[in-house]
Design a protein around this ligand. Sequence first.
Ligand code: ADP
Ligand code: ASP
Ligand code: MG
Length: 412
Amino acid sequence: MALIVQKYGGTSVGTVERIEAVADRVARFRKEGHDVVVVVSAMSGETNRLIGLAHAITDNPTPREMDVLVSTGEQVTIALLAMALHKRGMGARSYTGGQVKILTDSAHTKARIQHIDDRNMRADLEQGNVVIVAGFQGVDEQGNITTLGRGGSDTTAVALAAALKADECQIYTDVDGVYTTDPRVVDSARRLEKITFEEMLEMASLGSKVLQIRSVEFAGKYNVPLRVLSSFEEGPGTLITLEDDETMEQPLVSGIAFNRDEAKLTLAGVPDVPGVASRILKPVSDANIEVDMIVQNVGKDNHTDFTFTVHRNDFKRTLEILEKTREELGAREVIGDDKIAKVSIVGVGMRSHAGVASKMFEKLSEEGINIQMISTSEIKVSVVIAEKYLELAVRALHSAFEMDKEPSERSY
Ligand code: ADP
Ligand code: ASP
Ligand code: MG
């Protein structure tokens, strides 16, 4: 008999009927003799609703109070699911993050898990109870409620699975696995049977929201067997695995990720002297703004252009900072664009093949899509393009790399 951690996302617990369906599934596993720990999200839309309430009162809610507020969503679903299991004659007990106790640092709204006390959960499992834990939340040393960032219930689930040395961590969601790209954007996207931790990490950090980045990091680090499945239908889902040369097919491109959350800023006509990059970026990082892609053009007439991207939420603030830097450095102008998108192709197979990037660029140019920025690593190529071309670009690349076919049937 196995110990299984199951996580159900917002849509999967979005109504009372769906919570009942989750209870049926959990009860089935329990009756097969497995120990089950369930992690649930807030009902779909609830976290956004709570954030909306806060912003209806103030533009600047303190992070501590935001965590007190948004953590309530998950507290509702753990209790309702426990009641649904009781109705089915099952022993079940719900826990908030603090009750478990999931200890985190004090970085409100983006806290990191430091330690998980497994004693309460173990005691309940021993008594035959299903353990139900609120996702997304923890508690710091001082007893303050913290949350783990949007999508953080995935991370709760993987962290519990690691702490309990579970046999598998199952992430139940509204799609039946990880696809070559978001199936809501490309109809012909295919479900992947397996994907490596490394590829999944890239996909997640480049914008595929099917798993929170932190959860994949955790799973890789502690080698937690992780599977993404549908809560609406039966199926094998997608297994996230270690790279394995013998059994893994290694297609050149495993997936396409995209992200509309960034904005681009350029400081044009900057004097081309040593130290400029740091003088531009230091005030940005001092303001706690994360920079993603960076490009500095080749200098001409002792001047250069310096371009970088930040999260769209930080766009306005960064513009203000850059305007000050422009004056200090005597640069010509600040240009901002928040209508951009980043499209990335990801695949461990790229390591051993040249030409993937040029094929990507060629395809985009055939579609008349201008590439504004490029960044590459061993297993990914990312480009920034105008947001209006995003869906066209993703579909064109999906078909150019024949991702709608089985890897073995592709012509490259
Ligand atoms: P949950 O509420 O269960 O956590 P999410 O909305 O966070 O669900 O994640 C599931 C969604 O991720 C899907 O509905 C899908 O639109 C999106 N998604 C983005 N990229 C992918 C991908 N490559 N494979 C599968 N789903 C993807
Ligand atoms: N409810 C939280 C969110 O919407 C956490 C989660 O669903 O994983 O981000
Ligand atoms: Mg999610």
